[in-house]
Design a protein. Structure first.
Length: 150
């Protein structure tokens, strides 16, 4: 009976030790996490050659510093800029995207963000429509009659 009690005691001690290790792993698990206020920016209808800069705001909602390694537009007309320094847990930052509004027509582009976050790749979208800027006709003065000499 003493042997059974000793074996049972050792078993319970080992089970408790393993459970404590698992709990510690859960507490330290995770990492950086990027959470955007919105993953889509709608330019709406804008004039040709209007300001094409828009901002994606985000927070590091993880428990480790967030490092954005790259942000790439789907074409040369979409140019993102992003923070190069680490963003600590709880800090806010932003990615700016400049769209070339000299191109009239619909906007439907993406920006792919790569980071060390738990979800390492996020795809952001911009949409809208660029209207052709109307040109005003040159007014010519014609048909002026000269003054009569008196």
């Amino acid at each position: 009976m003493k042997k059974l009690s000793t074996i049972l005691g050792i078993f319970l001690f080992m089970t408790a030790a393993v459970s404590a290790q698992d709990a510690a792993k859960v507490e330290t698990a995770g990492g950086a996490e990027i959470t955007f206020e919105s993953e889509v920016v709608d330019y709406g209808t804008i004039a040709q050659n209007a300001d094409g800069v828009r901002t994606f705001k985000f927070t590091n909602t993880g428990n480790a510093p967030l490092i954005i390694s790259n942000a790439k537009g789907s074409c040369g007309c979409t140019v993102p800029t992003w923070p190069k320094q680490p963003i600590n847990p709880g800090e806010k930052a932003e990615i700016k995207v400049k769209y070339a509004t000299n191109r009239p027509g619909p906007i439907n582009k993406s920006v792919t963000v790569s980071s060390n976050a738990i979800t390492p790749t996020k795809v952001l979208r911009i949409k809208g429509n660029v209207l052709v800027k109307e040109t005003s006709p040159v007014k010519k003065e014609i048909g002026l009659t000269p003054k009569a000499n008196n």
